[in-house]
Design a protein around this ligand. Structure first.
Ligand SMILES: Nc1ncnc2c1ncn2[C@@H]1O[C@H](COP(=O)(O)OP(=O)(O)O)[C@@H](O)[C@H]1O
Ligand SMILES: O=P(O)(O)O[C@H]1O[C@H](CO)[C@@H](O[C@H]2O[C@H](CO)[C@@H](O)[C@H](O)[C@H]2O)[C@H](O)[C@H]1O
Length: 465
């Protein structure tokens, strides 16, 4: 970005900004779907960076609104297994009198400080500002703390933006049904795997994942990935909706489950070719099992319903450690990390793609980026068939069991290795996933807690299906 553009950044050192915005954010943040700290009180905010992507100009509201990019640390009293402070990315529109169509996006009028008298709102809902973000991505460079970058492919101009209206952990804008820009909300030091892995897969020639065409990062001392622009798959339907429809209409989902198994295996093969593939020997297997035990204990601390099952669930992790002690080793590699039916998209032509390589949002980034046995993703999908079958009345366990087999068959055909051939490893990963789900549901969707709890009941008794 030109020096002139950098010079527009006038609020970056403003210590007065957060004291005046704080009360508004305190009220607004916990109501956002993507806010991970729900249920915990916010004790303080601190500013990591403030960048005027479009200068905040209070002189004349008929001119372009301001777009203020903030990275804000939100301090909350800790709970087990949660960091005390999370960093969030905010894109605030700033106007003296926002037009009526922006009413649902309003955050509030700032009473004092550098933005005194101006109204701030969720900037992504302002088409003018959403269009500006695409323009920044088309023309790479640095603006204050934010660096925009892109691949070699040209990106067309003036594609009309719309905010994607789905339940999400982050926020997405769709441009003219051609591209989707995912804006990460809770951000972490280091490269987000949702940029790193799709880039690696595209370099490897794997067409199962939409390849990033542009991205932006924070140039704070450690790089933070802030957003990724990828091709939008128009007319695609996600695997979760398709599975529920199949259940509702009394259809099986075997051909789809099989194709999903193949797609997963192709992605794994490409990731193994692109990135390191360490072998997990005895000590690493011990670490893998110990980490699972630790997550189980933390989850049981947070969700007391788990406590009676802890000894039974632990046997799954102990079995893997015992195999390691008897000399068994396993190949590890980078994986998706949070694979479930909702992370799969079937295009209008029937071709399956995988999306959202961020990993489990609640885990620390270094852990999400560490190589793991690929069966971790297989276990995630197997759990997802169980979720689908359980969310339908009457419960159809045999529907899930058939899907699980078809998925593993498809995987084995394309990977040359059947995940069912390692039953201890598969059970340990399914157990670990179900434990994660219990914690996830307790925090985000308590009504869904019985779904993973049913699996916990089954897995604690050593039954795999
Ligand atoms: N390339 C794409 N083409 C079409 N739709 C997409 C694409 N990527 C994501 N989506 C849609 O956006 C939703 C959210 O994307 P996702 O990456 O899962 O975000 P989050 O991490 O916020 O949950 C998906 O469920 C899917 O419906
Ligand atoms: O927001 P993400 O998609 O990254 O993932 C989180 O939310 C998922 C729910 O939306 C959650 O998935 C769980 O519920 C799904 C049904 O809604 C089911 O298909 C999955 O198997 C189950 O794990 C996911 O765990 C969580 O990380």
């Amino acid at each position: 970005m030109s020096e002139a553009a950098s010079a527009q950044v006038t609020l970056a050192n403003s210590t007065a900004l957060l004291p005046s915005l704080g009360p508004l954010l305190h009220e607004w943040l916990p109501r956002q779907r993507w806010f991970a700290g729900k249920g915990r009180s916010i004790t303080a905010f601190s500013l990591v960076s403030a960048t005027e992507i479009l200068p905040v100009d209070r002189a004349d509201d008929d001119r372009a609104p301001g777009l203020l990019h903030l990275l804000v640390r939100v301090h909350q009293p800790t709970m087990p297994a949660q960091p005390p402070v999370d960093c969030y990315q905010l894109l605030l529109g700033v106007r003296s009198a926002p037009p009526q169509h922006l009413a649902p996006a309003l955050i509030g009028r700032v009473p004092d400080g550098p933005l005194a008298g101006l109204t701030v709102y969720e900037g992504l809902h302002d088409p003018h500002l959403a269009a500006l973000l695409l323009e920044r991505l088309r023309t790479p460079g640095r603006l204050g703390a934010v660096c925009f970058d892109r691949g070699p492919e040209p990106i067309p101009q003036d594609l009309p933006p719309r905010v994607l209206d789905t339940e999400q952990s982050n926020s997405s804008l769709v441009y003219g049904n051609s591209y989707i820009l995912k804006i990460f909300r809770r951000v972490f030091p280091g490269t987000n795997p949702d940029l790193e892995l799709p880039l690696a897969l595209s370099r490897e020639g794997c067409g199962r994942v939409p390849a990033p065409v542009a991205w932006f990062e924070a140039a704070t001392p450690e790089r933070l990935t802030l957003g990724v622009l990828q091709p939008f798959l128009p007319g695609a339907q996600d695997g979760w909706q398709l599975a529920l429809r199949a259940l509702a209409t009394g259809h099986d989902f075997l051909a789809e489950a099989h194709a999903l198994g193949r797609a997963t295996a192709e992605v794994h093969t490409a990731l193994a070719a692109a990135l390191p593939t360490p072998v997990l020997r005895r000590s690493q297997t011990d670490e893998l099992a110990a980490a699972m035990v630790e997550r189980l204990e933390a989850a049981a601390h947070a969700v007391p319903e788990l406590v009676p099952y802890v000894p039974g669930l632990r046997t799954a992790f102990d079995a893997v450690a015992a195999l390691g002690h008897r000399g068994r080793s396993w190949a590890a590699q980078r994986v998706h990390g949070d694979l479930h039916l909702g992370q799969t998209l079937r295009g209008a032509d029937g071709f399956w793609s995988l999306i959202d390589f961020e990993g489990e949002p609640a885990r620390p980034l270094p852990e999400r980026r560490s190589p793991q046995p690929p069966v971790r993703d297989v276990a995630g999908m197997l759990r997802s068939f169980d979720y689908a079958a359980r969310s339908h009345r009457p419960w159809k366990p045999e529907w899930a069991a058939r899907c699980r087999d078809a998925y593993c068959d498809g995987y084995a055909e394309a990977a040359g290795a059947d995940p069912r051939a390692e039953p201890e490893l598969l059970r340990a990963h399914e157990t670990d996933k179900a434990v994660y789900e219990v914690l996830y549901e307790a925090r985000h969707r308590p009504d869904w807690l019985p779904v993973p709890m049913a699996a916990i009941h089954r897995l604690a008794s050593g039954t795999v299906r």
